[in-house]
Ligand binder design. Structure first.
Ligand SMILES: [Zn+2]
Length: 425
């Protein structure tokens, strides 16, 4: 049975008015800019370089005047000044952990973990005091598993710190310990469910799982439906990065991912760094208020859009829509940029289409674009559907492509939306 009763709040702030939230974030922003300017070499030299004093940034809109920090900026700074590139503000107490994430990037872990964003996310997903939670995120070098581990402590839930280990052992642990919560990637959860089935177990009857919290990779709707069907529970998706932590979490209403309270999330035009209006697709840029490793306007490289209409769960925070891909996933066909989200826009107009993939090839020095479509059900007039999709593609993408229908399951769940198979030699 799918249970939607865990929609209430962990923090009173989750229901504050838009005006109060803006005032709260403005206050936090001005504090972190002053604090960062005083204590972080990197933030000071970077604000000085832009010719801006922290006091000048009074409004969330004023953030636009500050340059974007890219991951490569962090990597370069850390190479020049190891380990933290002047970004960290190490307190007298020192640093509890030093993380090392792909990039490569070093990050300091605070002695006392105070971030409440993952706590909010875990709670909204349905994790409560007394739950026994299997944490299958990697406890090796990177911070995510530890952040969640600390957050479970704040919720008084017990954690089984397994990491992404041996599947049959994990299933055994889940049964012996009556594990009620799962944390991990959606693909790992699918592997666990399949392994349980291979052991002739019924995941609904033989496991005690009531909550699954997934993140760290794309979560296609088709995979969600399969997992929810097999497990009979709601699955909560979260979004965040190792550099800036949690930026969004789903509530049981699944209307997008609520932005947690202690972070500013902007959607910006990648080229100009200007904020885009609500609903427009752009890059997710985050400003965090960490006292040890603050990030100001950090570019995640992920594309999404904001949703502001009220959520039935009662939380008043804006929400991130789907993650539509990476800013660097754009493909150029016949000299025209094509983003996966643009293709999503086209396909959203055709309810018959269950899944799609665009394959770009090159024949005799000419680009060719083939659009593979997997249909929900048989369509009587395929010719007509093909014509309509081709017309819409040309209209929105400004590139001609040929539509080919594939059988059910013809496009794998984790296939690239735009598969560039051109060989340049
Ligand atoms: Zn909600």
């Amino acid at each position: 049975m799918i249970d939607r009763t865990h929609g209430y709040f962990q923090r009173e702030k989750e229901t504050m008015s838009k005006r109060r939230r803006e005032a709260y974030l403005k206050q936090k922003l001005s504090e972190i800019l002053r604090y960062g300017y005083r204590h972080s070499k990197a933030i000071r030299s970077w604000l000085d370089g832009a010719g801006i004093k922290p006091e000048k940034i009074k409004d969330l809109k004023d953030l636009e005047r500050l340059p974007i920090t890219k991951k490569t900026d962090l990597v370069t700074a850390q190479k020049q000044t190891p380990p933290f590139g002047g970004f960290a503000i190490v307190p007298k107490k020192g640093v509890r952990r030093i993380y090392f994430s792909p990039g490569p990037v070093f990050e300091p872990g605070a002695w006392d973990y105070e971030d409440i964003r993952w706590v909010q996310a875990l709670f909204a997903c349905g994790i409560r005091k007394g739950d026994v939670v299997l944490n299958t995120f990697n406890y090796h070098l990177t911070p995510l598993a530890f952040m969640l581990d600390e957050s479970l402590k704040k919720l008084r839930a017990s954690v089984v710190p397994v990491g992404p280990g041996n599947l049959s052992m994990q299933i055994q642990l889940m049964r012996q310990l009556h594990v009620t919560g799962f944390l991990g990637t959606p693909s790992f959860l699918m592997s666990l469910v399949e392994a349980a089935e291979r052991m002739s177990l019924d995941p609904q009857k033989d496991l005690s799982l009531k909550v699954a919290f997934v993140g760290a990779e794309m979560f296609p709707e088709s995979l969600r439906q399969r997992l929810e069907g097999k497990l009979g529970i709601l699955i909560g998706q979260v979004y965040g990065t190792v550099d800036v932590g949690c930026l969004g979490y789903e509530c049981p209403e699944k209307t997008g991912m609520h932005v947690p309270e202690d972070v500013i999330v902007e959607i910006v035009d990648t080229a100009t760094g200007k904020q885009l209006e609500v609903g427009a697709t752009g890059e997710i840029v985050a400003t965090t208020f960490s006292k040890i490793f603050p990030m100001i306007r950090f570019a995640t490289g992920d594309l999404s859009y904001l949703i502001e209409n009220p959520c039935p769960c009662g939380r008043t925070s804006p929400r991130l829509g789907k993650i539509l891909g990476r800013t660097d996933q754009v493909t150029k066909v016949w000299g025209i940029f094509i983003h996966p989200w643009q293709v999503d826009e086209v396909m959203a107009k055709f309810s018959e289409v269950a899944n799609y993939q665009i394959v770009v090839t090159r024949k005799e020095y000419r680009d060719e674009m083939t659009v593979y479509l997997e249909l929900r059900k048989d369509v009587t007039d395929q010719m007509d559907l093909r014509r309509r999709v081709e017309r819409e593609m040309e209209e929105i993408l400004k590139v001609k492509g040929e539509v080919v229908f594939t059988g059910k399951g013809g496009i794998p769940d984790r296939a690239k939306k735009i598969d560039d198979r051109r060989i340049w030699e």
